[in-house]
Design a protein. Structure first.
Length: 258
């Protein structure tokens, strides 16, 4: 869609649905719906908005017969139907326990005598040499193959991690892990098909200080791993959310070490 078309759609939104246009959060969702022609997965990826909020704005647009040229309406309606239990939700490509076990294995490799004493949601509490540490495990599926066909790079992994100031300031260490899509040509170090970066609070702060928050206060990290050849030494790691992109290659070099 050309820029002028997007502009005209936005002007139309201002006139027909001022309650959405004047709400920055809802407007950002509406813009993404227009830009993606109603692809709910892509709207969630672009905005980090709650899926229920996305569907609410989508339904408002539909109720007002707002023309946003939905070419994939069936896909959008699939999610609306899910609200009422009419269809099964799309299954995730990973289980959280897979990611937790991956982090545990990496920590054990660095610290054979480590103890895992507690797991609550995404927070793993460890004990090492009488010291207690918390590790926040952020998990993502590989979003690369949700792109349009011409944008897909089978040697690239696209992970989406999100949080807020409280999440990203409350723990000792952070592991950001992604489950590689089955169609990907990216080769992981281990056979479980998981890639990840690991950092302490200071390293995370340095990264986040270079980022911008969106209007809802969420912090979005679109971590892209690019492996032009099956060689870990030449993997590129960037945060593609920012302009210019942020180089995170040094975090891939980090061992999972407390």
């Amino acid at each position: 869609m050309r820029t002028i078309e997007l502009y005209l759609k936005l002007k139309s939104l201002q006139q027909s649905l001022p309650e959405i246009y004047e709400d920055d959060y809802k407007q950002s969702i509406a813009r993404a719906i227009i830009f993606t022609n109603g692809s709910i997965d892509e709207v969630e990826f672009l905005t980090s908005a709650d899926k229920m909020d996305i569907i609410s704005v989508y339904q408002q647009l539909k109720n007002e017969q707002f023309d946003f040229n939905v070419s994939n309406e069936q896909k959008a309606m699939h999610y609306v139907n899910n609200l009422h239990g009419d269809t099964k939700t799309k299954s995730r490509s990973f289980k959280r326990t897979e990611m937790i076990n991956f982090v545990k294995e990496k920590l054990i490799k660095s610290h054979p005598n480590i103890e895992f004493i507690h797991l609550k949601y995404n927070v793993l509490t460890c004990k090492l040499n009488n010291q207690t540490y918390t590790v926040y495990v952020s998990t993502s599926r590989d979003y690369e193959f949700l792109n349009t066909t011409e944008e897909i790079n089978p040697k690239r992994v696209s992970a989406w991690h999100k949080g807020n100031d409280e999440i990203f300031s409350s723990y000792d260490y952070y592991a950001m892990c992604v489950k590689i899509d089955s169609k990907s040509e990216y080769v992981t170090e281990q056979s479980n098909g998981i890639e990840g970066i690991f950092m302490n609070q200071q390293e995370l702060n340095k990264w986040l200080n270079e980022k911008e928050k969106n209007q809802s206060g969420m912090i979005n990290c679109y971590v892209h791993y690019h492996q032009p050849k099956s060689n870990r030494e030449i993997i590129e790691v960037i945060d593609a959310r920012e302009r210019p992109q942020l180089n995170l290659r040094h975090l891939l070099d980090n061992t999972f070490k407390l």
